[in-house]
Write a protein that binds this ligand. Structure first.
Ligand code: MV4
Length: 498
């Protein structure tokens, strides 16, 4: 393996370019028309155009990507996250083209992609899943019998689902039939498969996920990430470790995640998502068969470069991870900086990055896909950058993140920076009192508190800026000799100077 084609864009593409260079590999970028001059394209050794801005005509077209491989002479493909990263057909196509697939075997992607199949495999491997049924159900009568057995509230979920689509909570018997139809129709539209199944609805859990890494010899876990601060299945803040996970619980969840990976013949980096109930019970939800957005917090507390290890494992080399029990050192927090305005229902915003001051200093990492002058469009998701900090403990990590957010200046596009600042100052967050419904309860964090003093300062600043711009536009006053300017205009300018 000498040359890696990165079938992705933005911050993760740049992250992979960097790992390739550290591993002594050539990095090949692919870009749509909207990304021609993106930072990741300039950082790569070669770059191949793959089509127009819409992902459906560029980053999602398997044939274009394989064509780019042969054009650039790449011998491996890293899919990053999103796009084609969890498409088993892409993994198959890459291997059929005699290229190295930097990801898990296609069979593992397939097994985990079918949620009822995954449930059955996990049950057989002794991994605790949410109480429920592993077969799909269509008949409302059969569903009612099943739901009574499981006990209300229950959740109707799409078998082909994941990420929150085709899901319905059912609190009472009378709602069940309607929820079945609604979830099936949503699943058909989203995944082309209407099959649904039933699980016990876990109330107010945390979302805790375990990082696994497997080479050809062994599978290890690298502890948990706490991802409860999310809104509509979009994570906003992640941390490692979790305040809710003791060393004993970490060992138990880690063993379950390793068993889950081994049950499907996993290789490479992957993540097992769990719901962690308030009573400490944990339930396997699904496995993400890719590198995840939030992987840096694990890297910082375990001292492992997950992308470099992915590159090694794909080449058949052993991973450079200790053989003894590993434990997290210190605390890491990631804030996702998105071009969304929390005060405006998290509507995506667009514009040009007119000014950017990147936070630096002790314990700060900035993984970004944008630079000054870049245009933020609506073609792709709204993640602009990840601000990640490490500190010896959680309290210091929160202080450090607050400081780093104060250093960050991003002008030209609305972002969620202010939301992050308010969250970090919140006593409930500081106490670690978070669960997946946290932001539904705390809508106060979404909008800046009204501040008449700030409004006045901003009005003064705007007036000064406008006046400065006006002065800059005003031509020098002519002396009147041989001027094409009329006497009226000259007099008006002189009046203006008075
Ligand atoms: C659940 C659940 C409660 N009980 N399953 C959401 C996405 C998909 N991965 C599974 N999800 C959930 N499944 C049972 N039986 C609550 C969620 C859920 C959720 C899970 C993780 C992170 C954020 C979430 C937000 C809403 C619902």
């Amino acid at each position: 393996m000498k040359s890696v084609l990165i079938a992705n864009r933005g911050e993760i593409a740049l992250r992979i370019v960097r790992a390739c260079h550290e591993e002594g590999l050539e990095a090949v970028a692919v870009y749509s028309a909207a990304d021609r001059s993106a930072p990741y394209v300039r950082a790569a050794d070669r770059a191949i155009a793959i089509g127009p801005a819409p992902a459906s005509e560029s980053y999602l077209v398997i044939d274009r990507l394989l064509e780019a491989c042969s054009q650039a002479g790449a011998d491996a493909v890293h899919p990053g996250y999103g796009f084609l990263s969890e498409r088993a057909a892409f993994a198959d196509a890459v291997e059929q083209a005699k290229l190295v697939w930097i990801g898990p075997p296609a069979a593992a992607i397939r097994a985990m992609g079918d949620k009822t199949e995954a449930r059955r495999r996990m049950l057989a491997a002794g991994v605790p899943v949410v109480p429920g049924a592993s077969a799909t159900v269509t008949d409302p009568g059969a569903a009612l019998a099943l739901a009574r057995e499981i006990g209300f509230p229950v959740m109707v979920k799409a078998a082909a689902g994941g990420g929150g689509k085709g899901m319905r909570v059912v609190r009472e018997e009378v709602e069940l039939a309607g929820a079945l139809t609604a979830a099936a129709s949503e699943a058909r539209k989203a995944f082309g498969d209407p099959a649904v199944y039933l699980e016990k609805f876990i109330v107010m859990p945390r979302h805790v996920e375990i990082q696994v890494l497997a080479d050809h010899e062994r599978t290890v876990h690298l502890g948990e990430r706490e991802c409860s601060v999310q809104r509509r299945h979009q994570k906003l803040v992640e941390e490692a470790p979790s305040v809710a996970v003791s060393p004993a619980l970490r060992a138990a969840m880690g063993a379950a995640a390793v068993a889950a990976a081994d049950a499907v013949g996993y290789r490479g980096a992957g993540t097992c998502e769990f719901l962690l109930a308030a009573d400490g019970a944990f339930h396997f939800l699904e496995m993400n068969t890719r590198i995840q957005v939030e992987h840096p917090v694990t890297e910082l507390v375990y001292g492992v470069d997950l992308v470099r290890e992915q590159l090694r494992i794909a080449q058949g080399l052993p991973m450079r991870v200790g053989t003894g029990p590993l434990s997290p050192q210190g605390w890491a927090i990631e804030c996702r900086i998105t071009s969304e305005n929390p005060a405006d229902g998290f509507l995506p915003s667009t514009g040009r990055v007119e000014y950017l001051r990147i936070p630096t200093g002790p314990g700060v990492r900035w993984d970004a896909g944008i630079e000054i002058g870049d245009e933020v469009t609506l073609h792709y998701d709204s993640l602009l950058a990840k601000l990640i900090v490490w500190a010896p403990d959680r309290a210091q990590a929160i202080q450090r993140m607050a400081r780093a957010l104060d250093e960050l200046v991003l002008v030209g596009v609305a972002t969620n920076q202010g939301f992050h600042r308010r969250l970090l100052a919140d006593p409930a967050f500081a106490a670690g009192a978070i669960d997946i419904q946290f932001l539904e309860r705390r809508t106060d964090l979404l909008e800046p508190p009204s501040d008449p003093g700030l409004d006045r300062d901003l009005a003064i600043a705007a007036a000064l800026a406008e006046e400065e711009a006006r002065q800059a536009r005003r031509p020098a006053v002519a002396d009147g000799s041989a001027s094409s300017v009329s006497g009226w205009a000259r007099q008006a300018r002189l009046d203006g100077l008075r």
